[in-house]
Design a protein around this ligand. Structure first.
Ligand code: C2E
Ligand code: CA
Ligand code: CA
Ligand code: CA
Length: 277
């Protein structure tokens, strides 16, 4: 038994070592990859009850030279822990604002939502840098929505209020991502300038069949409407799920039923040429 235990722990240590090495090399790759222009901006449409695109969410991808196209779940955590989320997040904001500027110049503005990670938002100069990015690209803050999870806005509340106030002055709006998953009080909805709630996919998926999820979705829709917040249902994949939200005036939807995330150039080329997506 003693032997077996020993072997087990050697095995475990070897695997740990491998994992640490793997992670370290991925971090080096990401550092280099950001510099080398390997990140890609993808966009997913957000549509109204008639299926018309009214805005889009920016979702980052990484075109790794050996591993291929990687989704954010494979590298965002690593980026946050290593500090690389700052250059990564800055790149995404830069790209999104460059498109906002272009779209406005071409007379076809389209609001874009950008995910902001905790470390990124709590950077000392976040607001000033964002203001500079908007100016550099002649983009209007009115076209930019920032998505945060509840965890971000519930820490350092004074600073969050101050920052959101400053950015609101530029027209920038704020969305609560994965709404309903945070187990937190909703009082921040009174104190912060929030404009939108995104109902998490986990509720959307089962709303047509599970009475519990249906009740929670109804509660979230009613909070949104009472507080005059825009609401987006995430991860709508079926007509049945869409039907739940089409009944609610103003509710927007995002999900594979209406369009998968795709390279920004492709989606926006259609938006610019056909007048729709
Ligand atoms: P999220 O903000 O909750 O984004 C929605 C995720 O659901 C996206 O995954 C999207 O591709 C996926 N999705 C959309 N519609 C459907 C659907 O109908 N069914 C299913 N099953 N999934 C759907 P993705 O692109 O892999 O992004 C994962 C997460 O990574 C995002 O979750 C977001 O938290 C984070 N992320 C993405 N881009 C960025 C970024 O630029 N910065 C930061 N900080 N985080 C990002
Ligand atoms: Ca999001
Ligand atoms: Ca989300
Ligand atoms: Ca989600």
């Amino acid at each position: 038994a003693k032997d077996a235990g020993g072997n087990q722990s050697v095995f475990f240590d070897a695997r740990m070592g491998q994992w640490v090495a793997e992670r370290f090399s991925l971090e080096q790759d990401l550092r280099r990859g950001i510099e080398a222009g390997e990140l890609r901006l993808y966009l997913q449409p957000q549509v109204d009850a008639h299926g018309r695109m009214v805005s889009a969410e920016a979702l980052v991808r990484w075109q790794h030279p050996q591993r291929g196209l990687m989704g954010p779940v494979q590298f965002i955590g690593l980026a946050e822990e290593s500090g690389l989320i700052e250059p990564l997040g800055q790149w995404v904001l830069e790209q999104a604002c460059a498109w906002l500027g272009r779209l406005r110049t071409l007379g076809r503005p389209l609001p874009i939502s950008v995910n902001i990670s905790p470390h990124q938002f709590h950077q000392a100069d976040f607001s000033q840098r964002l203001q500079q990015v908007l100016q550099r690209h002649e983009a209007s803050g009115d076209d930019l929505m920032l998505e945060f999870t509840e965890g971000v806005v519930l820490r350092q509340v004074e600073q969050v209020i101050e920052r959101m106030g400053f950015l609101s002055g530029l027209g920038v709006r704020f969305s609560i991502d994965d709404f309903g998953t945070g187990y937190s009080s909703l009082s921040y909805l009174k104190t912060l300038p929030i404009h939108e709630l995104k109902i998490d996919r986990s509720f959307v998926q089962d709303a047509p069949h599970n009475p519990g999820d249906a009740a929670l979705v109804a509660a979230m829709l009613s909070v949104a409407s009472l507080m005059q917040l825009r609401v987006v249902a995430e991860g709508v994949e079926t007509e049945e799920q869409a039907a739940v939200f089409r009944r609610h005036p103003g509710a927007l939807m995002q999900g594979y039923l209406f369009g998968r995330p795709e390279p920004a150039e492709a989606l926006l080329a259609r938006w610019l040429s056909a007048g729709e997506a």
